[in-house]
Design a protein. Structure first.
Length: 197
């Protein structure tokens, strides 16, 4: 993983230092359209929830690499799952970005495609209250794919919007005398402040 990241940075650097830039994007987002096989929370996955996170991007003339970290508190809480007293989903992904060439975008909006892989941490507590509840946690490999657009209002400051689809890579786990599948997928729409470093 480190070798691949180092190779990507070297490749991007070869495009020309003048064309490459670092961007930092703190954002707020909404998750929706969830689907899961976690039995106790299956009925609560379709409700929208607020998420927040931050991404760091190294972008050349066309290609870039990005690290994205997001947290969605109360992901599994909803009217149909009153037994879920606390929950959360955290995603950490490393992505490849393909953007409209900077020369073409100039000072207008610059669309991009993004996709990659990483980890998804799932946690929920079921019961009457947080102190006596049963906590369940699972770490799954995951992938994401999406598109967005960034526009700079000044030389350093701009805004960015994107939509991404996150999907865990299903895992089968032995539970008692049977096997269960662990899966979670959802969409995320975000708005970020883009800071050009």
């Amino acid at each position: 993983m480190r070798v691949a990241l180092a190779g990507a940075v070297l490749f991007l650097s070869a495009q020309g230092a003048s064309a490459a830039e670092w961007q930092l994007k703190p954002y707020i987002a909404g998750t929706y359209g969830g689907d899961t096989t976690f039995t106790l929370v299956r009925q609560s996955d379709n409700y929208g929830h607020v998420a927040f996170g931050i991404s760091g991007l190294f972008l050349g003339e066309v290609f870039g690499v990005e690290a994205d970290l997001a947290q969605t508190p109360d992901f599994f809480k909803g009217p149909e799952a009153p037994f879920v007293v606390d929950s959360g989903v955290t995603t950490l992904t490393g992505n490849v970005v393909v953007a409209m060439p900077r020369k073409l975008a100039q000072y207008s909006l610059r669309p991009y495609l993004v996709g990659g892989a990483g980890l998804m941490h799932i946690r929920y507590v079921t019961g009457r209250d947080l102190q006596s509840g049963l906590e369940t946690m699972s770490d799954l490999k995951a992938m994401d794919l999406g598109a967005g657009v960034t526009g700079f209002l000044t030389r350093r400051l701009g805004v960015s919007w994107d939509v991404r689809y996150f999907r865990s890579i299903d895992r089968t786990r032995e539970q008692g005398s049977s096997f269960t599948s662990e899966h979670l997928s959802f969409w995320r729409a975000s708005m970020a402040i883009a800071i050009r470093l």
